[in-house]
Design a protein around this ligand. Structure first.
Ligand code: MG
Length: 174
């Protein structure tokens, strides 16, 4: 049975992951409206991955005999001033998520909940990837600067992103 304090914290994290999903979907809509369909695709895939994170936490609470109680999901931003801004926000957001995951891990150690520590390690590794991926694209956007040709090339590159089977199968396995 999961401790009340961890159950509460993970329930909050489920809502945060759903917020992350909505935020990226909102960014996907912004890029689609500006015809940057590769950027839009990348954000849409990111939104799907965040939803699998939410479900992973959801399944974990249930598996531990806990109760899932969801609160309201805050509304995401809907407007950005230029095509770099969403990725600046995404990188900043992922650093915030890392802080939240670290906070959950702190709590799990405090409660000596070794199963939750083990479960959270996947998210610790995942956040390294999330920060790396968003900061790499942000760097490329800064390099592209005002060059429309570079932006077009980067847009084409981001068209190829698909939902990774690892993301979905791990969610399904949990
Ligand atoms: Mg996430």
């Amino acid at each position: 049975m999961i401790k009340e304090s961890l159950q509460k914290a993970i329930n909050e994290q489920i809502v945060r992951e759903m917020y992350s999903s909505n935020l990226y979907l909102s960014m996907a809509a912004y890029y689609a409206a500006t015809n940057l369909n590769g950027f839009s695709n990348w954000m849409r895939v990111q939104a799907e991955e965040e939803l699998t994170h939410a479900l992973k936490f959801f399944d974990y609470v249930i598996d531990r005999g806990g109760k899932v109680e969801l609160g309201a999901i805050p509304a995401p931003e809907i407007k950005w001033n230029n095509s770099i801004k969403p990725f600046e926000d995404a990188y900043e957001h992922e650093q915030k998520v890392t802080g939240w995951i670290n906070g959950l891990l702190d709590l799990a150690y405090q409660e000596k909940d070794y199963a939750t520590i083990s479960f959270l390690n996947w998210f610790i590794d995942e956040q390294v990837e999330e920060e790396k991926n968003t900061s790499e694209i942000l760097d490329k956007l800064h390099l592209a600067g005002e060059s429309k040709a570079s932006l077009f090339l980067l847009d084409n590159e981001l068209k190829t992103r698909t939902v990774s089977p690892a993301a979905t199968s791990s969610a399904a396995a949990n």
